[in-house]
Design a protein around this ligand. Sequence first.
Ligand SMILES: [Zn+2]
Length: 215
Amino acid sequence: MKSVCESLHRYFNSLTRHRFPFREPFIPTNGLYLLFEKGEKGHGVDRIVRVGTHTGKDQLKKRLKQHFLNENKDRSIFRKNIGRAILNKRNDAFIEFWELNLASRKARQNAGDGVDLILQKGVEEKVSERIRGDFSFVVIPECDKEKRLHLESRIISSVSLCPECKPSRNWLGQWSPKDKIKHSGLWLVNELYKTPFSKKELDTFLKKYRSSNQS
Ligand SMILES: [Zn+2]
């Protein structure tokens, strides 16, 4: 019998795959996204390496653009984590500055002076190169915010608790300074190891989304 995690992998691998530059009309307005990464396999298919959604109404496309398009680590924790791993892997002291959040004007005034913005731009470009070149994703539509957050948590927990799909030895996340990323094999630190899908809940989920994808 297939495990919950294997069923999720099979299902998400069967959906239309999107890559940068993705075509917006094919992305729902509200929903969840699941990321895959080059070289990462699990259950004989592409391994899920991140699950995400959005809290604001109609923001799924904006969220995806914050990861793939906009070069600003302070608007995307995913970009920030990819940058942390890139810098840590090459033992780059700039990681100390990469940690600073310069999203607000006040923060820029307080901390921004010490940051070499040319170096920062260079790291942002490396992050973009990596994300655009190595990552692909699928989406499932879901208008209800609470349902989105619930599903996100269940999927993350189901995958993180799975003993079968593990990151490869060369996975970039192995160089993450965040233990949770390194150990879970996911570009995530929240909702790990909580409550996974029950078999029954999984069946209901698959039934609902399989039929909505066919319509
Ligand atoms: Zn698994």
